[in-house]
Design a protein around this ligand. Structure first.
Ligand code: GUN
Length: 305
């Protein structure tokens, strides 16, 4: 997990792949116990509209992970020209299906469909993405017992906790204000929780002198969507840097002609940070593991376990 930097600084590479494997093994054991107690199996339904290749790969990955840990998954593929009405009807049927414990509609959706209307249509008790305003509201208010937390922020919290990163009272700077990552992430780090309890700053595209703010961070979370945006001069020496970015860039030397990079300039920042997540193999695997955790939790709540 560690490697040594020139100048005798040891930087921790936060290995999300390994942590997610540990977590999936624990979840598999819990799924087995749930099956033994109830005679029922936790089930996740994934809906994909259209034929976006990246989305299809993500959905396949999520379905395969369900299988790995002993849960049932089903994938509903709908054509790109699907109407909002048809999608909402499909969601309503799943809301009423007792064998379905989690519903996920893969984003982005085609432009004729209002993403917010879709988010509102999913029963909050099956919203394992944690996107419904009821779940986001519960998170903001600190009522986490009946809430689903959005999988990427939840995965980062789990990663910080399992890697014993000290967070309480420290300054966390989140760069990015999306509803899926930035906003829930900042609110989660603010909560009085282990691996959180931070002073929090949110930066975004209109922030002036962004480097001034990022340099204040003890924990810097980059969720911008721009390859290599965070450079070494933007990072306080010794900071913990979490890279949420998944940017595909051209690389003629790669077999596929492209490769995946984060929002952080890994080479430069690894000479300044005390710990950081790589891309791939950092935050990404944790997001899927937390989707599994949320689905299992939904099953447990529905079955009174
Ligand atoms: N598209 C990219 N990430 C996600 C996610 O976490 N959930 C859903 N539903 N769509 C996504």
């Amino acid at each position: 997990m560690e490697h040594t930097q020139p100048g005798y600084i040891t930087m921790l590479i936060i290995d999300g792949k390994k942590v997610s494997l540990d977590l999936k093994n624990e979840l598999k054991a819990s799924v087995d116990t749930c099956k033994a107690i109830t005679g029922k199996v936790p089930g996740l339904t994934l809906i994909i509209v259209g034929d976006d290749q990246a989305s299809q790969a993500y959905v396949r990955n999520k379905a395969n992970t369900c299988k790995e840990i002993g849960m049932i998954s089903s994938v509903i593929e709908m054509p790109a020209e699907t109407t909002q009405k048809d999608l909402l009807e499909t969601i309503h049927a799943l809301n009423n299906d007792p064998a379905v414990h989690g519903i996920l509609v893969q984003q982005p959706l085609p432009e004729q469909i209002d993403e917010f209307a879709v988010t509102l249509a999913i029963d909050p008790s099956k919203d394992v993405d944690g996107f419904h305003p009821e779940n986001l509201g519960r998170l903001v208010m600190g009522h986490l017992d009946k809430c689903f937390i959005s999988c990427t922020p939840y995965g980062i919290l789990e990663l910080l906790g399992r890697c014993n990163i000290e967070t309480s009272g420290r300054h966390c700077v989140v760069v990015g204000r999306s509803n899926i990552v930035g906003k829930p992430m900042a609110n989660l780090m603010l909560q009085k929780l282990e691996a959180a309890n931070c002073t929090v700053t949110i930066c975004h595209s209109a922030t002036r002198n962004i480097a001034f703010h990022t340099r204040q961070a003890d924990i810097l979370i980059a969720a911008i969507g721009k390859a290599g945006f965070i450079t070494a001069d933007m990072v306080k020496p010794g900071a913990v840097v979490i890279d949420v970015g998944m940017n595909r860039i051209e690389d003629p030397s790669a077999k596929s002609g492209s490769r995946l990079v984060g929002d952080v300039d890994y080479e430069g920042v690894s000479g300044v940070a005390s710990a950081m997540t790589p891309v791939p193999g950092g935050v990404g695997p944790m997001t899927i593991a937390m989707l599994m955790k949320n689905t299992l939790q939904s099953f447990q709540r529905i079955n009174g376990l």
